[in-house]
Each structure stands twice: as C-alpha cells, then as structure tokens.
Write a protein that binds this ligand. Structure first.
Ligand SMILES: [Zn+2]
Length: 374
C-alpha cells in the first residue's frame, strides 16, 4: 500500500467539493449525536451496520447530505465505529470516545470503491463533476481509496491509496546493520556511536508558531485582521511541516545508504502521544519511520522493530549484565560485571542492534505494511 498526494487545481467548481466536506462534517456530527442518544436510551452501543442503514435511509430525504457520495457516508460510520472500538479497548488508558467536530474545521471525505473515476491525463471525476489535479507522478497499481482533503488555507488535495504488489528482495550492499535509540534531545543515537541531532529549525520554528499564534489571538474575533492572522498561522504550520518532512527524507536516504538493516524499538506512539502531548508529535518519530520504511522498501533495505519491553537501556552491551533499575536522569553508568562505562543512549542503540540482528538471522522479521504520505 502506498499513499499518493496530489494538489487540485484552483477552480470555481471546487466549491462543490468543499460543500461535500461540510456535508460530511454535518453527517459526522449527526452520527455522533445518534450514538449518544442511543446509549442514553438503551444503555448499549449503537452498532455500525444499524447506523449505516439508518443514515442511508435519511440521506435519501436530505438533499444537502447527497452532496457526499454514499461510500463516503459509509466511511464516516466506519471511522466512528473504529474510534469507539478504540475507546472500549483503551478507555482506562485515557482514550476518549469520538466527539463533535466543528464543520468548518472538518477536513475530508473518503471514497472507497465507487463515486470516482480517473479519466486519463490529470482529470478525475468525483460525483458527477470533473476536476483537474496536478499530476506530479503516475498512479500505478490498484486504487483502494480516494480522499479529498481541505487544508486550513482552504486548498484542496486528493489523496490516493494504491495497492502496489512490489516487494523487492533485500539487497545487501553495505552488509552493515545498525541499532537506533530515539530520544527527545538527540533525535537518534546510532549503535556506531554517531548522533543525529534534531535540527535547529525545529526550535526556531516553535518560536515562529508562538508569535503567529499570539498575533492571531490578539485580533478581534470575526474581523478580517483575524482571518488574515489565522491564514498566517496555518501557513507557518504548513511551512514547518514541509521543512521537517524534507529533513526526514534526506535522513532516511542517508541512513539507508549507510546500512542494510536498521533496527528500532517499537514505541507505543499513540500511547506516548496521549501521555506527553505535543512533544512527541512535534518530533514526529512515527512520521519519520513511515518515510524510512518507504525508502527502505524502494532500496531493498530492511527496518526491524524489536519488542519495546526489552530492557535496552539497563542491559550492558558488552557483557549483557542487566541492572535492576536505571533512573531516567542517569546518562552514563559503569557496568558492575565488566567495568565498562556505558553511555545511556549509545548502549541502548547497541543492544537494539544486537537484538535486531538476531531477529534477522532467525528470519522472524516481518515487513510491515506501510502507508505514507508524499
Ligand atoms: Zn558489562
């Protein structure tokens, strides 16, 4: 699976797509309200099939709702169902049930099998209208889903998920394997001792956001100055995201040139995000790993994940002596077994490398399904 992103040409006609997104937002909120009401009345979860058939019936009577394809309406129901299942499973860990969303801020709708058609060239038919997109690359493989996204700046993108059956063999060009420890200050510590710092512009860009944000909140609500400030803020966010993604691509290419197999600890990223809030999402490790997996696939390299419960920081990489506990603040420790001094991150990276290498040897490695936004 891979995800391709195309920009749609600005056109008056695009207002119909924006209208569809708004309708999708309205339907979404309607579904949430139904869920809540159903639970209040029956004390039970409203099941997805029931909701879908009910909404499908209602849609026939509501003209505005018909501006979204029936497939997209099904997708909304399924998404809400997924969110509820996640909530049932992890509510003790603080996952909240899906809630209402502002229609103005609602971002997208997704079509699966029907409701769109590629007409060749850069034209695509969505519903009964034809739109043009900036065809930056060929769409190869079988199209699974088509999503229309609206950015905060009001631009429209088409995101296409295709099934590409290619699964290249691993090519051993460097015959090197490396482990990586991920941190908040040093982005990655490599088992060969090298460090990859988070680039300076991450920090600088935070200041730019702060400035744009306070500028926005100072303006009078509903004024055109505020709207201008809002756009400016959205542009700043977008700009930073682009720079970061660019850096990630370069780093992914650099690392896959240097190594054949790259080992990481699986991190419970969703959990981390919930616990630490913005910090992790700012660093966007999962974003980077997606890109790295994508590049690795292309180049025939391999990304390996080791179990997150392996005590990579507490085990000595020289003699595998395991400490009982190691405080987070300790950056360096002397091994009681072999007397070697272990730097925390580097030691962890070495252990990740060792475990990862043994997994490759045993053939336990599964290639993960990757989807990536380009
Ligand atoms: Zn030791």
């Amino acid at each position: 699976m891979k995800t391709l992103k195309f920009k749609l040409y600005q056109h008056k006609r695009n207002k119909y797509l924006k209208r569809s997104i708004n309708a999708a937002g309205v339907i979404y909120n309607y579904c949430i309200a139904l869920h809540k009401r159903y639970y209040r009345m029956w004390g039970k979860h409203l099941n997805c099939a029931k909701l879908q058939s009910h909404i499908a019936k209602l849609r026939k009577r509501k003209e505005f709702w018909q501006s979204v394809g029936s497939q997209a309406v099904q997708d909304i129901c399924q998404r809400i169902e997924k969110a509820y299942q996640l909530f049932f499973k992890h509510n003790k860990k603080g996952v909240r049930p899906p809630g209402f969303k502002k229609v103005k801020k609602y971002k997208s709708f997704t079509l699966k099998l029907a409701g769109y058609k590629f007409l060749g060239g850069s034209r695509v038919k969505i519903g009964n209208r034809v739109y043009q997109f900036w065809k930056s690359r060929e769409i190869e493989g079988k199209v699974k889903t088509l999503t229309i996204k609206r950015t905060p700046l009001g631009e429209l993108f088409m995101v296409v998920v295709v099934d590409d059956a290619i699964d290249p063999q691993i090519k051993f060009t460097t015959s090197k394997i490396a482990g990586f420890d991920f941190g908040l200050k040093v982005f990655l510590t490599c088992s060969d001792g090298s460090k990859i710092e988070s680039p300076q512009f991450f920090k600088q860009s935070l200041n730019a956001i702060k400035r744009a944000c306070s500028n926005h909140s100072k303006k009078l609500k509903g004024s055109s100055n505020r709207e201008r400030a809002r756009k400016n803020l959205a542009r700043t966010h977008e700009d930073i995201a682009n720079r970061r993604t660019d850096w990630f691509w370069k780093l992914a290419h650099d690392l896959t040139n240097r190594f054949d197999v790259l080992c990481f600890e699986t991190l419970n990223l969703k959990g981390m995000k919930r616990l630490w809030g913005r910090k992790v999402s700012d660093l966007a490790l999962s974003n980077f790993l997606n890109i790295l997996e994508w590049v690795s696939r292309k180049k025939g390299k391999q990304v390996v994940y080791i179990d997150q419960w392996y005590p990579s920081s507490k085990t000595c990489s020289c003699c595998s002596y395991a400490l009982k506990n190691l405080d987070l603040s300790v950056r360096e420790w002397r091994c009681p077994g072999c007397q070697s001094v272990n730097g925390r991150d580097e030691n962890a990276a070495k252990n990740i490398q060792t475990v990862g290498a043994s997994m490759v040897g045993l053939g336990e490695v599964r290639r993960s399904e990757t989807a990536i936004a380009i």
